[in-house]
Ligand binder design. Sequence first.
Ligand SMILES: NC(=O)c1ccc[n+]([C@@H]2O[C@H](COP(=O)([O-])OP(=O)(O)OC[C@H]3O[C@@H](n4cnc5c(N)ncnc54)[C@H](O)[C@@H]3O)[C@@H](O)[C@H]2O)c1
Length: 313
Amino acid sequence: MRVLITGGAGFIGSHVADRALERGYEVAVLDNLASGRQENVPDKATFYEVDVCDVDSLNAAFADFRPTHVNHQAAQASVAVSVRNPLMDASVNILGSLNVLTASVAHQVERIVFASTGGAIYGEVPESTRADTDTVPVPISPYACSKFAVEKYLECFRIEHGLTYNVLRYANVYGPRQDPHGEAGVVAIFCNRIMAGKGIQLNAMCISGDDGCIRDYVYVKDVVEANIASMENRIPDPVLNIGTGTETTTRQLACSLQEHLGKSVNVTPSGHRAGDIQRSVLNGDRLTELLGKSVPLDQGLGETANWFKQRST
Ligand SMILES: NC(=O)c1ccc[n+]([C@@H]2O[C@H](COP(=O)([O-])OP(=O)(O)OC[C@H]3O[C@@H](n4cnc5c(N)ncnc54)[C@H](O)[C@@H]3O)[C@@H](O)[C@H]2O)c1
């Protein structure tokens, strides 16, 4: 298998690249390093520093590497940025993705995996329910709209061109290598601040002082295994939720990370952040059925905390 991983210099894509190499695939990473880092690209992978919006360079990379599979992780990945700059979000996440889909057809790629969002696509998930793939998406941010649009384009490309695909709708992914300096990735942000002895801010779910938004946190190893299973054609469902079904408040997360890191810091209550969904939890039963139990949150947070600890020494 020859897999081209777009966004492979980023958090999730670089873990996919590592695991794909372990499985014996030939791997190429295509990334413009907008948020990714060249040091994340494994030595054994071919690296193309290319923007998915640059059609000529994209096609040249496809022609050079001749991928059998495409793993499309590259994106503007922040909801907050998409709210501030929806045009930029759409140009990378919709038009850039269309370039990747078009190149995949032109270069006879067998299968494409698309990193979508379960955390944003369903909108508010009512209390005591979990969003399933047959829940009607309610995208309420430009980011969620752009991901949903690409899911729909994939359907069109399957019908028109026979391009086979899986859409993986990730919950809130966390783990080593996540960027602690962005506006998303609360686990990485908290780890970094706690290690530095800096206080952390608890954005409210509704009013300042509450336990914060409810999220479904999924460890990057589980996300990687889902990507590998998809590339190996072991996921029959066109769309799959990549989540655990477990709900966690930001306060629970903050407490757990302080314990794992062995440090306590000031936790300052803050108001509700514009654009934040209050509750997002996915039904991950189908993922468990296909790939087994996911990594328990406490274990994943422990491994992530250790990685941040080692990095800071
Ligand atoms: N991290 C999460 O919790 C989460 C949740 C749902 C979906 N996703 C999706 O998973 C994918 C990977 O996210 P991540 O958390 O690893 O983010 P990331 O920012 O670490 O990775 C994205 C990568 O895409 C690259 N990129 C951005 N614009 C590009 C462009 N125009 N051309 C080429 N490369 C470009 C970046 O440099 C980066 O390496 C994204 O599609 C994201 O939307 C992530």
